[in-house]
Design a protein around this ligand. Structure first.
Ligand code: ADP
Ligand code: MG
Ligand code: ZN
Length: 577
């Protein structure tokens, strides 16, 4: 068998653990400190802010992954203020937009042309960059006068079709690095899987980019998934009364009608509940928001339209009345709970029939999107096959998250963001970690081999859901195969790569075999062992497969062990290439 080395991608540099960026000895440190206090009124920097600012001000391309509310804006606003020249910031909604009067736009462009420009920060929509030659010429002129200090791309995950919030206009932003190769780019996002990140870095043409990332783990949130039955609303009522009575919470519902029904029912049960969705009128919307912030209403039943810009620190629970559309979306929605750091609950009611419902809504392009995506509706109309496929793939991952009753919920979420997590750190704050008391270890090497071989046989050009589809029927239960497949990716036997597939530049995620590692598996030098709860349905496992867990029976044990000594939870999965 020929040895094919793993492709080495060296265009990232991990910045988070590099002491250099924390230094107080940069020429601008004094100015930084002073302006942070004086202009922004901050007493200090939040985690990573100083480091990001130092890296971007040193002239590097920087990619930032920081949870919502972490303070990303400051990392470009502060440099914009203290650097000579202008910072161009691409954000989803903005000032120099197509809606502005032409005279007003000209006024701004004229000011940019002056030698003593009063502006430090120019916010534009990505659409503007793509469509306005006038703006591009103006930027060229600024650049020629060495006044284009920095290019910022906020919500950078929107560049990737593989993400949950793709916007076509963002794809045109790659032109900026081509035109201004010497201007540092700062790309920021609160949500990106490893493949989205890779896609973004490539599309924007970032060079030797330094990555700063913060753990996406939220230790104060408790996660659980509960089977959804006909009694779901009774369950929700009971859950709130027993755990969070009179406390603040959000209940995410799939449809507008669901929002109204759930709210009505909770009101009958004595809760101060209201509903909120895309088709209530603006006055009503403002009224609900106001009552919510004054604690006159404490439960909002909402579609995903609710949440953006809601900064209530004491949201004690987020309940999903039906299936979220992606793990990223789910993580973001749960993230609205417990901003104050206090213990909060995230409960998801899951049923397979909801999956069918959501799938249908996605295929019809009628699923309500977050308002954070103004371009979305327009895009939904032209729902291309590829986007549909991406959305369906995202939904399938969400389903497999819900159907997984073994692995730590935090691990499952964080792995999705390319972060390694030792489930020992969960400390039984998720349903799976707290309910499972004893395990059975099962050697799944055979299935693992079959999956690797299937990926090879089919030419390393299909996504994981496709591979599972092919595998199904022939072999064992899909949920088990899906766990094994994901494990193979986590442990680097398989790699998930983003592929630009055709002339339209569309993107897909493709499983590849990591030859050097998979080789050991194929020749039997390495086993794959996964844990299953010992109470598992005996029809799922044949008796001869099962070995009781008694320390480490197998050599080459690969499953994440709950009792291992804690390791650093923050390692990039795709960086140890
Ligand atoms: P993100 O874009 O990461 O979601 P923002 O930039 O909107 O976050 O910041 C969230 C909030 O945190 C804002 O209200 C901001 O003023 C505040 N903030 C940011 N940095 C600091 C800091 N160093 N000290 C205190 N507050 C800060
Ligand atoms: Mg922001
Ligand atoms: Zn857990």
């Amino acid at each position: 068998e020929p040895f094919i080395p793993k492709i080495i991608k060296v265009n990232y540099i991990e910045g988070s653990n590099d002491q250099k960026w924390s230094s107080w000895d940069f020429p601008w440190t004094k100015k930084l400190e002073a302006n942070n206090k004086k202009v922004f009124g901050n007493h200090s920097f939040r985690p990573n802010q100083r480091e990001i600012i130092n890296a971007t001000m040193s002239g590097h391309d920087v990619f930032v992954l920081m949870p919502t509310g972490g303070g990303k804006s400051l990392t470009y606003q502060l440099p914009a203020l203290i650097c000579p020249g202008i910072t161009l910031a691409n954000i989803p909604a903005t000032f120099l937009s197509g809606n502005m009067e032409w005279t007003e736009q000209q006024e701004i462009l004229r000011e940019l042309n002056s030698d003593y420009c009063k502006y430090k920060l120019l916010y534009v929509t990505p659409e503007k960059v793509a469509k306005s030659d006038v703006l591009l010429r103006q930027l060229e002129s600024l650049n020629a006068r060495e006044l284009l200090a920095r290019i910022v791309i906020d919500e950078a995950h929107c560049v990737s079709q593989w993400g949950h919030d793709f916007r076509p206009d963002y794809q045109g932003l790659g032109i900026l690095k081509q035109k201004f190769p010497n201007t540092p780019v700062l790309a920021l996002t609160a949500t990106a899987t490893a493949s989205v990140k890779e896609d973004v870095v490539q599309a924007l043409g970032l060079v030797n980019c330094i990555i700063f990332r913060q753990s996406f783990n939220r230790p104060n949130l408790w996660f659980s998934v509960i089977p959804k039955t006909k009694k779901c609303l009774d369950d929700i009522d009971k859950f709130i009364k027993e755990n969070h009575f009179d406390e603040c919470g959000i209940i995410y519902c799939l449809s507008r009608m669901d929002c109204e029904k759930v709210a009505e029912r909770l009101q009958e049960c004595g809760h101060k509940a209201a509903f909120y969705h895309g088709s209530i009128d603006p006055a009503q919307r403002a009224f609900v928001q106001k009552q919510w912030s004054k604690d006159e209403i404490n439960i909002i039943c909402a579609t995903v339209a609710f949440g953006m810009g809601i900064n209530k620190p004491d949201v004690r629970f987020v309940i999903h009345h039906s299936l979220p559309k992606s793990i990223e979306g789910y993580h973001q929605e749960c993230g609205r709970a417990g901003r104050d750091g206090q213990r909060s609950s995230c409960v998801l009611y899951y049923s397979y029939s909801d999956f069918i419902r959501v799938k249908h809504m996605i295929s019809q392009g009628v699923a309500e999107q977050s308002p954070f995506t103004p371009g979305h509706n327009r895009f939904n109309v032209a729902n291309s096959g590829r986007v549909l496929e991406t959305n369906t793939e995202n939904l399938l991952r969400m389903v497999s998250y819900c159907e997984n009753d073994v692995d730590c919920r935090r691990l499952l979420q964080l792995v999705h963001f390319g972060e390694k997590f030792d489930s020992a750190h969960c400390k039984k704050t998720c349903d799976n970690c707290s309910k499972i008391k004893s395990f059975i270890e099962k050697d799944v090497t055979d299935t693992a081999k079959k999956l690797v071989e299937l990926v090879k046989l089919t030419g390393q050009q299909f996504s994981s859901s496709h591979i599972l589809e092919v595998f199904r029927g022939k072999h064992l239960a899909k949920s088990e195969a899906s766990r094994i497949l994901r494990h193979l990716v986590i442990e680097d036997f398989l790699m998930e790569e983003v592929k630009k597939s055709d002339v339209y530049g569309s993107v897909s995620s493709v499983l590849k075999v990591n030859q050097s590692k998979a080789h050991n598996l194929i020749i039997g030098r390495q086993n794959v062992v996964l844990r299953f709860p010992s109470a598992i349905n005996s029809t799922k496992l044949s008796k001869s497969d099962v070995t009781p867990a008694k320390g480490s029976l197998m050599s080459g044990k690969l499953s994440p062990s709950r009792n291992d000594t804690p390791s650093q939870p923050q390692n990039e999965l795709d960086l140890n290439l």
